[in-house]
Ligand binder design. Structure first.
Ligand SMILES: Nc1nc2c(ncn2[C@@H]2O[C@H](COP(=O)(O)OP(=O)(O)OP(=O)(O)O)[C@@H](O)[C@H]2O)c(=O)[nH]1
Ligand code: SF4
Ligand SMILES: [Mg+2]
Length: 418
């Protein structure tokens, strides 16, 4: 990922589903205007999901996910199907590709029901309409709309690019509007508000730039017409004095939280970048409850460290070395720590006393909420790296006072018998 690209976790995810050979990869190519996805008359050409980033105006950056056909036969087919189904949890919108000659059947009806159950907006793509007579295209389209109860369906041909602008319009119309999406910090400030950001520049800071969470926070503040003042922890006191007015909010790196808390007047709201990100990506209350569960760990407990992908972009040792060390140090217990990486958890979650999840930078909010939901269903507390590190740095409860659901979780946990 180039530094200037929108991170994948922030992009709208559009997953392309359908039977094998209906032209899913061809539809992705027609939409992106590139021949990146492999197309062939052989069924089951696409075996693993392929991610393709593009700008979809006026929506902005999206990721198209080309998937394996869902009706593969045999063992391998089962595996692929499972992988494809897991993508349902990451999709902000699904394209259902249907072959114009074959039409829709129960397979599509079931898939559509599954998507609707998860509140994922769906747009139907009746592909290969070039194989029909022009006069029959409208009839076939109406038939599919009626069969599926899916009025959002577009006549398309990847072969001659028919329907590309119509499909783009249908996608934009079906997606939730920007204002309905979850903000990073914009919902906490009003236009003209002053916000102070505390960014330590130590040996661990990357040379010559700010890290992504800091960049994204500044961007969101500017988009909200707020004023961002960036300072280091040592200059915070002087910065606050020179501002001449109380800032609306102070946001700091967790590492220097205690110093920043000491230098920030008690009546100025204070939080950390990792708390904002945890809230943006998931359910902060749930993660705070998970952090609290660290105190209840006992000798012999199993802890699962789950990373959502195999190529960790931050330092590689955070999940394998640092977190296990911190957990053992702070609890003083003999813990059995297991690791997993990829889209899915191991089968039996209930054997774990705690799940520690990565920062989920490659996942969108929907996918992360799904993973939190799975832990909750198994009755296992879950925390992410950012909230756990914040907790270990002593940011609670001050950094979560702004967020009622997180405070409730904190106080509930305090009342529970240890
Ligand atoms: N006539 C016509 N053929 C198409 C169209 N779209 C795709 N095809 C052909 O259909 C075949 C399958 O296309 P793919 O895009 O590979 O289909 P897929 O759904 O990705 O297939 P799998 O990955 O195997 O599931 C290829 O031979 C394409 O050239 C279209 O709009 N019109
Ligand atoms: S934080 Fe998670 S999703 Fe992001 S690179 Fe690391 S392992 Fe992958
Ligand atoms: Mg394909």
């Amino acid at each position: 990922m180039s530094l200037n690209a929108t991170p994948r976790g922030e992009r709208t995810h559009i997953a392309v589903f359908g039977r094998t050979n209906v032209g899913k990869s061809s539809v992705v190519n027609a939409l992106t205007g590139q021949e990146t996805a492999v197309v062939s008359p052989v069924r089951g050409t696409t075996t693993d999901p392929v991610y393709k980033a593009m700008e979809l105006l006026p929506l902005g950056p999206v990721v198209l996910i080309d998937t394996a056909g869902l009706d593969d036969e045999g063992m391998l087919g089962e595996l692929r199907k499972q992988k494809t189904r897991e993508l349902i949890h990451r999709a902000d919108l699904a394209l259902l590709v249907i072959d114009a000659l074959a039409g829709a059947d129960d397979f599509y009806r079931e898939l559509l029901a599954e998507l609707r159950q998860r509140n994922i907006p769906v747009v139907g793509v009746l592909n290969k309409v070039d194989t029909l007579l022009d006069a029959d295209t409208g009839v076939a389209l109406d038939e599919v709309k009626a069969q599926l109860g899916l009025p959002e369906c577009v006549a398309f041909s990847a072969l001659d690019s028919r329907g590309v602008p119509e499909l783009k319009r249908a996608i934009v119309a079906a997606l939730p509007h920007e204002e309905e999406r979850f903000r990073l910090v914009g919902d906490l400030v009003a236009p003209g508000d002053l916000v102070v950001l505390v960014v330590p520049i130590d040996n661990a800071a990357p040379k010559g730039r700010l890290i992504l969470p800091q960049q994204q926070t500044i961007r969101d503040l500017l988009e909200s017409d707020a004023i961002a003042v960036v300072t280091k922890e040592h200059e915070l006191r002087a910065t606050l004095e020179r501002l001449g007015t109380k800032p609306r909010l102070v946001i700091t790196d967790s590492q220097v939280f205690l110093k920043v808390a000491a230098d920030t007047p008690r009546d100025v709201p204070l939080t950390s970048f990792s708390i904002l990100f945890a809230r943006h990506k998931g359910d902060l209350g749930e993660l705070v409850r998970g952090a609290r569960a660290v105190e209840n760990l006992r000798d012999g407990d199993r802890v699962l460290i789950a990373e959502a992908c195999t190529h960790h972009q931050q330092s590689d040792d955070i999940g394998t070395v640092k977190i296990p060390r911190w957990l053992r140090q702070s609890t003083g217990k003999q813990l059995q720590i297991e690791h997993v990486s990829g889209f899915s958890y191991p089968p039996d979650l209930s054997r774990y006393a705690l799940i520690v999840h990565c920062g989920a930078c490659m996942l969108n909010r929907r996918a992360m909420l799904h993973r939190l939901g799975e832990a909750e269903a198994a009755g296992v507390p879950i925390v992410n790296y950012g909230v756990l590190i914040a907790y270990l740095h002593g940011v609670f409860p001050r950094a979560i006072e702004l967020f009622p659901s997180a405070m409730m979780a904190w106080e509930e946990a305090a009342r529970e018998p240890q």
